[in-house]
Write a protein that binds this ligand. Structure first.
Ligand code: PEP
Ligand code: MN
Length: 346
């Protein structure tokens, strides 16, 4: 059960609601939010219907709802309207299709600055770039870490782009949150529960990438961890899953986008780079992402992919990125019309 209090409900009203919940044999799991408090209630003891009816009539309560999905806060049952996450000049989940672009790894100042300027000019609003890299081999480049974060901040200053970068460990959350506008949780860490919990209080939006073999339900349960621990600003990312197919690096579960749109109010981002592993396939998949209703995309771009220290084969050149963005314009116009009519209907 989730209880949304009215805006600026008083402490007495909140305490009273918690007492009522206990009277009915349930337990208050969490109390979140400052201006608008949301109370999460768990337990299977009491009469849910009677409790809901009583709460709806209790002072300070705006709405009390029963959530049947195992993921509560992130479900559409909890909230019908899309979650809109403001990041720099962009609004993810709103009425613009947001493009995040940049290299797989931050490699040096020249590389990140050149890429940032170019992707900004081509229409990206958010710069991606890994400073902490999850690599399959311990002998591969592991990222520039703190120095990489500083370069990203420099690129933000020069271009106005917001920054998304990966955090791999709960002990690095504070440091990465100092620099990043969005904390990226990589596919390999989607079920790192200590990390997910620590994101609850990081004060930054989070982009959670779907694990290599994770179901959609597992992805939503991971998002629930972050929200239940206090951070409602979560976006999800489909980046391909592992299947028997070897023609592409991963198999893009494109259907995941509308499935997620049915199940959750959180924004959904498509990653056509990791989903394919192959530069030539990225523009087609990006078009599919726009057409199927993703809220945005995250794309790898490198000034010289053949020299990239990671993921060169799937990185677009700067010119390739420009061409892709040009080719997407008509699709994005249709996307916008669709979004606007949805807002009018709502
Ligand atoms: C990345 O974005 O560079 C990355 C490592 O992605 P994923 O976690 O999806 O493999
Ligand atoms: Mn990569």
């Amino acid at each position: 059960m989730i209880i949304s209090m009215r805006l600026h409900a008083t402490k007495q009203e909140i305490d009273h609601v918690c007492e009522r919940v206990k009277d009915f044999g349930f337990r208050v799991h969490s109390i979140e939010g400052e201006q608008r408090v949301v109370i999460g209630v768990v337990g299977s003891g009491g009469d849910v219907t009677a409790c809901l009816e009583s709460l709806e009539a209790t002072p300070g309560v705006e709405r009390a709802v029963r959530i049947t999905a195992p993921y509560k806060f992130v479900s559409k049952e909890f909230r019908k309207e899309r979650t809109v996450i403001k990041v720099g000049k962009a609004e993810v989940g709103g009425d613009e299709f947001v493009t995040m672009a940049g290299p797989c790894s931050v490699e040096n100042e020249r590389q990140i600055m050149e890429t940032a300027e170019a992707v900004a000019a081509a229409g990206a609003k958010i710069l991606r770039g890994g400073a902490f890299k999850p690599r399959t081999s311990p002998y591969d480049f592991q990222g520039m870490e703190g120095e990489g974060l500083k370069l990203l901040a420099k690129a933000r200053e020069a271009t106005g782009l917001a920054i998304i970068t990966e955090v791999m460990s709960d002990s690095d959350v504070e440091l990465v949150a100092e620099y990043a506008d969005i904390l990226q949780i990589g596919a390999r860490n989607m079920q790192n529960f200590a990390l997910l919990k620590s994101l609850g209080r990081c004060g930054r939006p989070v982009m959670l990438k779907r694990g290599l073999s994770a179901t959609i339900k597992e992805l939503l349960m991971s998002a629930e961890y972050v929200v239940a621990h206090g951070n409602p600003q979560v976006m999800l990312c489909e980046r391909g899953i592992r299947t028997f197919e070897t023609a592409t690096r991963n198999t893009c579960d494109i259907t995941a986008v509308p499935v997620l749109n049915e199940l959750t109010h959180l924004p959904v981002i498509l990653d056509p780079s990791h989903a394919t592993g192959k530069r030539s396939l990225v523009p087609a998949l990006a078009r599919a992402g726009v057409a199927i209703g993703a809220d945005g995309m995250i794309v790898e771009v490198h000034p010289c992919p053949e020299k990239a220290v990671s993921d060169g084969a799937q990185s677009l050149t700067i010119e390739g990125f420009r061409q892709m963005m040009n080719g997407l314009k008509g699709y994005i116009e249709l996307w916008q019309k669709d979004r606007q009519s949805e807002l009018v209907l709502a």
